[in-house]
Ligand binder design. Structure first.
Ligand code: DX5
Ligand code: ZN
Length: 232
């Protein structure tokens, strides 16, 4: 059983609601509702106001969210200094910590450090960054997850950029050729319309913020995003 999929998920696609679009004044109820809806992971967006021009939560909030949820917390670090912050989010209970290819850091060393500390480690690529075989493919053996951004990071509610789907296709190919155990995730503008395109290109995990939390019935949304329309 994959770490990123819930045991009772009948499909090969996982859903990770992004708490950025949840009702912040009722976070506990939202977390419980997401869990009851059958989501696989909780996606937590960490923004430092430098790497992206927005601010979100710190380790204190991540620790409270981890403690309140039985779902694994999937922490997406949009920060300039992941070497300082990744260990703090592991400490806060994140099951997976991902950071961006665009930041200046020894990517492999940090991925391995995250793994050694007991969490899963991931890399993230922005829409404007090209996937480079020479530079990026060798890093995949140190990754548990690779996140392809389908919007420029910083805000929820932006339109999906389908031009990034080729990156998922290439990553899927490299994963197969290199025999890697790697989860492919997509983040930005995912809804019932864009999810099938992402899954067809190779996405295993769908992050969904505004489209997910706009729905009244979160359980229905989890099923629809996974491609199961039987309940509708
Ligand atoms: C964007 C974040 C996303 C965001 C997705 O910087 O990484 O996780 O919450 O929101 P939607 O699904 O609304 O694009
Ligand atoms: Zn995110």
């Amino acid at each position: 059983m994959s770490w990123w999929r819930r045991a009772d998920n009948p499909r090969p696609v996982a859903v990770a609601p992004s708490l950025l679009s949840a009702d912040i004044l009722h976070l506990q109820e939202e977390i419980e509702a997401v869990d009851a809806a059958g989501a696989d992971l909780l996606h937590l967006d960490i923004m430092d106001g430098h790497f992206v021009d927005n601010l979100s939560y710190g380790p204190h909030v991540a620790a409270a969210v981890s403690a309140a949820s039985s779902l694994p917390v999937d922490c997406h670090l949009m920060v300039d200094d992941p070497a300082t912050y990744a260990p703090r989010f592991v400490q806060a209970g994140a099951r997976c910590v991902s950071f961006h290819l665009e930041v200046e850091v020894d990517h492999r060393a940090l991925l391995e450090e995250i793994r050694r500390s007991g969490a899963r480690a991931g890399l993230v690529i922005n829409p404007s960054t090209a996937l480079d075989e020479k530079l990026h493919r060798p890093l995949l053996s140190s990754c548990d997850l690779f996140l392809v951004m389908s919007v420029h990071p910083g805000y929820g509610g932006q339109p999906f950029d389908g031009s990034v789907l080729g990156k998922l296709e290439r990553l899927r190919q490299w994963r197969e050729q290199d025999g890697l155990d790697l989860a492919l995730e997509i983040d930005g503008g995912i809804d019932e319309r864009t999810a099938p395109r992402a899954v067809a290109a190779g996405a295993d995990i769908l992050v969904s913020g505004s489209a997910f939390f706009r729905q009244k019935d979160y359980g229905e949304m989890v099923r629809r995003l996974r491609g199961d329309w039987s309940g509708s």
